[in-house]
Write a new protein. Structure first.
Length: 567
């Protein structure tokens, strides 16, 4: 009881606690900045991420396709990012230009990344750090070039970082409080994280091992049965994500016949990697490239990890373990997948190294007070002396922060301008910092800025024809960018429509007037129309005549041919 009262008093005296009422303001300010950057990049520079746009398209399929239904969002991507966009798509549907520029996705990523920054700040506040320390470290995270890019571009990384930040924060709280409510929030964050990315499964396993060992040790120190306590705590962590995994994969199997469509579907990640010729280089090259990516995003990461491990061992306070376990599991999983050739070496797959570095730097400084918990468990560690740094050590702590984190704001911005290291980000960074563009990459940047302009032209051409519902047959492998830009989405027959297979087998008999085709090469070979009519792009496959060709001006996008169906 004394520890709880002391913790409450420390909570009230915390400098950060005095500005708790402004957290919502900071959340909105940070989110607003990311949103403005995202809108500027999308509208002024024409930089739109394909995955972000595809999730907007999925949300529109759910609400405004010929057969509106929730399963229309698909089972290739995990659903939470798309699901959160449904209200925005419903409101913005009368203005398809906003959807074509991925505005709903940008809003969601901006809010999620702002929340992730504040959760990292909350983890520091839980350790009773000073307001200045919290603000500086949070700013180091919020202003990292990679965090700005993925807070502004509508991708799923921001939402995943939010869930991992919640997981790491409340795992740290549980270490001190032994409060089952903190542990339940860890489990909930993992379950929601799974609905964003499958990486959460690796994090769940790592967290379960850590929680089991900690619970067993605590119970044995009290003379209780360690196995029972460990089993109960592990169940709290794993029950939400296990239930979520079974429901998601079971629903996918019942509807599509594939439990893990991202790995087995023609539209999934494995098919994309195979169609693109596989990952570059051998296993050794890919392992080295993974380490380089970590250093690109956090040049001092290995020194930070080493210092955190040493400090943890000396103080015997496991404050560094949650960040190491949560973010380290993601990095390990993504690194292993890339080394095995199961994914691409995209820089965004290493983005969790950034909150890992900030979180570990935050725990290098000792706690300034006691962790406050209203419902502390029997294994709580709320007692202890309050550490106050001397003026000299306080100065050295600020010098250490500057030396460890300032390079992460400067070097990545320079290195990420190289397409070989940052194939998805260099054009975005060039949009933010035009002076970093070299003559060698200027043409490539301009091409990326034109991506999806051709798809909007195709949509405008079809809209001008004022076609009835179900008059245009297209696969959404590439055609999703056309459908999402159209004023009349019901004119398209798409794979999520309940009659798609019947229409595909007999376009003329189902009153289809046009077919949108792509080259039967690379990813285009998995296009459903090409699989049914392999020669349609070349000669119409005796079912259609060429009406219009749209040479594509964007990056990695096909030249479309619009065929008129022969009745």
């Amino acid at each position: 009881m004394t520890a709880i009262v002391a913790g409450a008093a420390e909570e009230a005296q915390s400098p950060f606690a005095r500005v708790r009422g402004y957290r919502l303001v900071w959340f909105l300010v940070i989110a607003g900045c990311y949103l403005l950057v995202g809108l500027w990049l999308s509208y002024h520079r024409g930089l739109i991420m394909g995955d972000a746009l595809s999730r907007v398209a999925d949300a529109r399929f759910v609400l405004f396709s010929r057969f509106p239904h929730l399963a229309a969002m698909g089972f290739v991507f995990t659903p939470l990012t798309t699901f959160l966009q449904l209200p925005l798509v419903a409101v913005l549907n009368p203005w398809p230009d906003l959807l074509a520029h991925a505005v709903p996705a940008i809003v969601v990523s901006a809010l999620a990344m702002s929340g992730a920054v504040l959760q990292v700040a909350g983890m520091l506040r839980d350790r009773r750090m000073t307001g200045g320390w919290i603000i500086v470290l949070s700013a180091m995270l919020a202003l990292h070039p990679m965090i700005i890019i993925y807070g502004a571009n509508g991708m799923s990384e921001a939402l995943f970082l939010l869930m991992m930040a919640i997981c790491a924060r409340f795992l740290l709280r549980w270490f001190g409080s032994d409060d089952v409510h903190d542990l339940a929030l860890v489990g909930l964050a993992l379950a929601l994280g799974l609905l964003v990315r499958y990486d959460a499964l690796a994090v769940a396993i790592a967290c379960a091992v850590l929680v089991a060992g900690t619970s067993w040790s605590r119970a044995r120190s009290r003379g209780a049965r360690g196995s029972s306590a460990a089993a109960m705590d592990v169940a709290v962590v794993l029950a939400p994500i296990s239930t979520t995994f079974l429901l998601w994969t079971g629903t996918s199997w019942l509807i599509t016949g594939e439990a893990l469509a991202q790995f087995s579907s023609d539209y999934g990640n494995s098919a994309i990697v195979a169609a693109s010729g596989g990952a570059v280089g051998g296993a050794g090259f890919r392992a080295g490239f993974t380490l380089i990516e970590w250093l690109v995003l956090e040049p001092m990461i290995f020194m930070i990890v080493a210092l955190a491990v040493v400090v943890t061992a000396v103080r015997r306070v496991p404050d560094a373990l949650p960040a190491l376990i949560v973010y380290g599991a993601v990095l390990g999983f993504q690194g292993l997948m890339y080394v095995r050739g199961g994914t691409f070496g995209f820089l965004r797959f290493a983005i969790t190294v950034i909150p890992l570095a900030v979180g570990l730097v935050g725990v290098l400084r000792p706690r300034r007070g006691l962790l406050y918990s209203r419902r502390a468990g029997p294994g709580a560690r709320l007692t202890g002396s309050v550490r106050t740094l001397s003026p000299v050590r306080r100065i050295w702590s600020w010098v250490a922060v500057a030396g460890l984190l300032l390079p992460t704001l400067l070097l990545p911005a320079l290195i990420m301008t190289r397409p070989t290291l940052a194939p998805q980000e260099y054009a975005v960074l060039a949009g933010l910092l035009p002076s970093t563009v070299s003559p060698k990459t200027q043409l490539s940047v301009e091409q990326q800025e034109r991506t999806f302009t051709t798809e909007r032209e195709v949509a405008q051409y079809l809209d001008a024809l004022r076609l009835p519902d179900g008059a245009v047959l297209t696969d959404t492998l590439y055609g999703d960018a056309i459908v999402v830009a159209s004023d009349h989405p019901r004119q398209f027959v798409i794979p999520s429509d309940l009659d798609f297979t019947n229409v595909l087998n007999d376009p003329s008999g189902h009153h289809v007037r046009y077919v949108i085709t792509v080259p039967n090469l690379g990813r285009g070979s998995t296009d459903a129309i090409n699989q049914r009519f392999p020669t349609i792009y070349a000669n119409g496959a005796d079912i259609a005549m060429l009406d219009m060709e749209f040479p594509n001006s964007g990056t990695d996008q096909p030249t479309y041919r619009l065929y008129r169906v022969i009745n």
